[in-house]
Design a protein around this ligand. Structure first.
Ligand SMILES: [Mn+2]
Length: 338
């Protein structure tokens, strides 16, 4: 942990929240189930305690999380509309991120606010930008940490909505309880969430088993252009701007796509390169299995993430050159030079 960063106990995080009349909750660009689930659970809690609270994110919510109760409270940042609210907040809660640059163009608004800034997160190498931290890089998810904080309030009324949001957070960040850091404690938390009303069958169905036809088409496009390197261990998918525009799909439609590379026989690392439809930027997503650390690769491209799931964004480069660069870098993981 960064030397300047000290964790606050859960009781102190609760105290900050309980003393705040106006709260902003936010998370990282391209939010996932852990980000949105953690935000909603905290939103319901703050509302229950009588605070004014808003969730303001840089990116839109992925379609597969829209089934969650309360999702209409998750808003996309609109500078002219939201800056005053953020500025006048007593507390800003940063969930599932540990670097203020992860909120992209919201950074100026949140960092210029005099609000108490609180980070709850499980990524490694946190940056020193907030007032209070509740971080644990061994935790499976931010959802698990939010659960611990909420459970430490003896007067909480744990609702089905909170339980479902946190179940979604933990399920998605553990790859449905398959990633190696999933332990008996995770399952104990999950058991409690089910007791409080989370429905595992429904949540799995909604998150993973329903995709809109436009998303299925773009999955098909990506896989029909699949490239395989390093004796089958490296699977590379690319999506061009053109493919995006023709399909009518949005970026959030492809949140689950890179995960699918790991179902290809012999694949150890999967990469998805996406030419972003509205910006001159290429998004690179990595997945891996076993001993292969894709976080290092992402870091070398200016990104970040976890050991088995990471990503980066690069600009001023063509899709073709970006692919070449990524293949070159990734092949070094297998000690193969391309
Ligand atoms: Mn997370």
């Amino acid at each position: 942990m960064n030397n300047n960063i000290k964790n606050s106990p859960a009781s102190e995080i609760l105290k900050i929240l309980l003393n705040s009349k106006k709260i902003t909750i936010t998370t990282h660009v391209s939010p996932d189930g852990d980000a949105i689930g953690s935000e909603l659970a905290m939103f319901f809690y703050c509302q229950q305690k009588g605070s004014r609270v808003r969730i303001i994110n840089y990116s839109e919510t992925p379609y597969n999380l829209k089934f969650l109760n309360g999702i209409e409270n998750v808003c996309v940042f609109d500078k002219s509309h939201d800056t005053d609210y953020i500025k006048n907040s007593d507390t800003i809660l940063f969930l599932d991120l540990n670097n203020s640059s992860r909120v992209k163009e919201m950074e100026e608004s949140v960092m210029s606010s005099t609000a108490t800034k609180v980070v709850i997160d499980h990524h490694i190498e946190p940056k020193d930008f907030a007032d209070n931290y509740y971080i644990d890089s061994d935790a499976t998810s931010t959802g698990e940490l939010v659960w611990k904080i909420l459970k430490s309030d003896n007067n909480i009324n744990l609702t089905k909505e909170m339980a479902s949001a946190l179940y979604t957070a933990i399920m998605t960040d553990t790859g449905s309880f398959r990633y190696p850091n999933t332990d008996s404690e995770t399952h104990q938390i999950i058991a409690e969430l089910i007791k409080y009303g989370a429905d595992p069958v429904k949540i799995y169905e909604e998150v993973y088993n329903i995709i809109p036809p436009r998303a299925a088409r773009i999955y098909g496009e990506a896989f029909s252009g699949m490239e395989i390197y390093c004796d089958g261990k490296l699977v590379v998918l690319t999506l061009s701007k053109d493919t995006f525009n023709k399909s009518g799909a949005t970026e959030s439609d492809i949140e689950g796509l890179v995960e699918q590379t790991m179902t290809i026989k012999d694949a150890k690392v999967g990469v998805l390169l996406t030419e972003r439809p509205n910006e001159a930027e290429i998004r690179i997503s990595f997945r891996s299995k076993g001993e292969l650390n894709v976080r290092e690769l992402a870091l070398s491209l200016g990104g970040g993430g976890h050991f088995h799931a990471a990503g980066a964004r690069i600009s001023n480069i063509s899709l073709l050159d970006a692919k070449k660069l990524v293949i070159e870098k990734t092949s070094t993981l297998f000690n193969i030079k391309i």
